[in-house]
Structure formats: C-alpha cells, structure tokens
Design a protein around this ligand. Sequence first.
Ligand SMILES: [Zn+2]
Length: 310
Amino acid sequence: MLPFKLVYHPGYDQNLGEHVFPSHKYRLVRDRLLADHVAAPEDFAEPAPAPDEDLLLVHGRAWVERLRHGTLTFYDILKLEIPYSRQMVTAYWLAAGGTTLAARLALRDGVGFNVGGGFHHAFPDHGEGFCAINDIAVAIRRLQRDAAIQRAMVVDCDNHHGNGTAAIFARDPSVFTLSIHQLNNYPTKKPPSNIDIDLEDETGDEEYLTRLREACAPALTDFKPDLLVYVAGADPYCQDQLGGLTLSLEGLKARDRWVVSTALMHKVPVAVTLAGGYAVDLNDTVAIHANTARACKEVLQRVGWKHRRR
Ligand SMILES: [Zn+2]
C-alpha cells in the first residue's frame, strides 16, 4: 500500500481522440501504477467536481458561465486549442476538485498526488493552451479560505512557462511562484513569476537540475510555505513533440526526487499535479508520470512525514 493517496477520476479524460494532448493518459498512468504494483486499487481516492464557488475564488463569473453553458466565443476556443464538449467541462471541474483534494491529503500524509491537473495556462477570465480552469490556483485559494494553509509555493517544472498561475498570484504575497521552462517556446508573453528560470533550447539533465536546485532551495527556506504545489510536467523530456528541452527519463526522475525530498525535509507537504506531456511515444509520457508517483513513494518511505501542527 502507498503511504499517500492517488487522486483520480475516469472523467479526467476529455476523449480528444487524435489531438496532440493525449487526455486518456490519466487512465494509462493509473493502469501502469496498478500493473507495476506501485499502487493498489485502495490507494486511489475519487474527487468530486469543484463547486463553482471554488472556481470563482480564481476565475471571473463570466468565464465560468461561458464554460458551463457552452457559450464560448470562436476566439475563446481558438486560444484554448481544444474543442468544446460537455466532457471537457466536466474534466476541468474534476481536475480542480482533484487538485484541491490532493492538497488536503498532502497536509495529512506529506504527499497528495493528483493523477491529473496542472492546468497552469488558465487565466482568471480566459483559457489557453489546453487549460480552461487553473486547478493549481483553485486548490490554493480554497485551502487558504478554509484556513488550512496561509502560504503556498508553486514549483512549476512543465516545459512551458506557468503564465496563468504567475498572473493570478502576481500581486499576492501569500503565494510564491517559481517556473523553470524553455525560454523560446509557448507562451510568447510570460508574466513574471517570483522566480523565472529561463532555459535555452536543448538544456539537458545536469544544467536543469543545477539551475532548479540553486533557485528553489533558498526560496523554500526563505518563504516557508505551508504547502508546495509541484507541477510535474513530463514535457521537458528529450522526445517531447511540444518541448525543446532534452531531459532524460532518469533526469526527470531525479528532478521529482529532488523537489519532493527537499520539500519534505523542509517539513513542507507536497501536492503533485501532472501537467503536460506530449512524447512521440505515449508510453514514455505515461512512464514519466508514473515515475513521479514512484519517486514520491521512495522519498516518503526514506524521509518520512511528521504532521506539522500550525
Ligand atoms: Zn507544457
């Protein structure tokens, strides 16, 4: 049995068919973790869709209603880059509920793992780049509203800059945002995070890990968050179709181990979200995400977790 819960819902799949965003990957990650005996069926927890009130802590009412009622404009859909469907709406509401649940479970267990989410390109009043609802921001705002946490840190390791998250928390001193990403890639406009690590094309394992460690460790020590949300994108992988970094499978696993162990050693619980992953071979994307769960298991067994009273 895992020392933490995996949050998953079959409704995470938007059934996008041949789209570059393989939205059935969530089910494949779940199946892989079960087949490899990393997890057992009882290790999974099913989220409820986030209530609209939670979404409204981050998003404007007009955007939430356009999504709910299917009244997106042509321009809205163009920016989102995915077709509108009821399944798509359900999937985003579930992802936000899932990351919120994972964050709650992280406070209890040290790690909470959403086998989904990480939709960091969603802004308060519009969506972009396959992201309609910013589940990361919704989870943080909801836990703050419940006084379960005061301060949160987002460590965004997706290949692409976390523009939506950076914009949402730009003027909020209670949330620290860090993004490590390929500079010459989507999004063109990158609203500043608290720390932006801009990487050149084809940056590999060693430089990536060095730059991440050098920036992230002091920030974690100084900021002292009550929760870290780890956006564990699989797309810095060398075989990714939408990424231009060249991390190896081992490099990505070393990244996961470092983020999770450093947070836990600072007594900061970690909520994990999957974010992007568009490898030429979908099996690689699935392996990278499954490895993140393996890394959490190894680290939690090694470092342990003692519930910190606030
Ligand atoms: Zn990405």
